[in-house]
Ligand binder design. Sequence first.
Ligand code: KDG
Ligand code: MG
Length: 405
Amino acid sequence: MKIDNIEVFVSCPGRNFVTVKVTTDDGVTGLGDATVNGREQAVVAMLQEHVIPCLIGRDAHGIEDIWQYLYRGVYWRKGPINMAAIAAIDMALWDIKGKVAGLPVYQLLGGKSRKAVGLYAHANGETIEQTLANAEQHVRNGFGAVRLQSAVPGLDVTYGVLGDKKDYFELQGNRPLPPEESWSTPKYMEMIVELFAEARRRLGNQVQLLHDVHSRLTPIESARLGKLLEPYNLMFMEDASIAENQDNYKVIRQHTTTPLAIGETYNTIWDCKDLIQNQLIDYIRVAATHAGGITALRRITDFASLYNVKLAPHGAPDLSPVCFAAHMHLDVWAPNFGVQEFVGLGNEQLQQVFQHNHQVHDGMVHVSDAPGLGVELNEEAALALPYKRSYLPVSRLEDGTMWNW
Ligand code: KDG
Ligand code: MG
């Protein structure tokens, strides 16, 4: 069974998605997600110019060899654009293998470790009151875990807070250049501790609470925040600090028992290695799309299991439903699965472009038994919604210094 054709679709059902479709010489097709938010066309060029020509005629069953060919075989390794291209091909080949075998991908990984996949929902608001009212609604809808983000008083915009926007924070379209947001650590610190103290008073102790710092703090500031949040027993504090220098997490870890999660921008197992093997984190948040696909995530997950680190894949809406499906199969298989981020099934256009039967109820996903990944692309609908250039915001301190978004 040889790879006969590979197509790339860039569609914008609310935001841009880069989708790869691999077709074999006997007509089996597989899908992969190659979306890098705000850098979509760079992955398209990588695929069309540098990856696809090398794959035509190769054995579609040779997933591992193709992964190694695209990673080890290439002098210029790693990086988000390169790894997203590898990831999309890898997902599509797992999809094909499942369809040929007549089995869902989780069966190819070794079968289920649990009945369904536990999710955490997002609660956000312009005030602590609004955030907690939204959290209570998620709990009433059956979610056992909720991420809390609230606007920082005195700042124009806060990461993770929708405000009056109808859609998610990094809304696409009509953004000729990246919007600029401001950041103040003292203002944030005051709000965040109050948010979690009030959350425990209102929501009780049984619901799991999470928070994304989104890399805005220095390591020593994160260490202090972790300590201040200890009484409120978080499931995890995410992206407490940037960990390009992985030693940053030694500083945080030695001061606090608040569990730590990181990894959504990581592209390889090497980015995770020191944090995992030194047990500096508790959850690894890699995404199949950005860290090299199912083959790579399976390897990272197994490595993490040696050090009691759990898998908690990134689940933002800029990962397409194809990536969501890949995560569902990995999550239901992984013996060391932790929790899956979930922001809903998306708008009508999205559900029209990507069709699947992964069922969400009571805060869990019941993974589809359809062969492969269980997602179909409606090509006509995708082509009717063309790419729109758009950017993620950038962030500055109040004195104008460029900061981490
Ligand atoms: O493209 C960037 C988003 O995916 C990211 O900001 C979302 O941090 C995020 C999260 O935890 O969902
Ligand atoms: Mg995050």
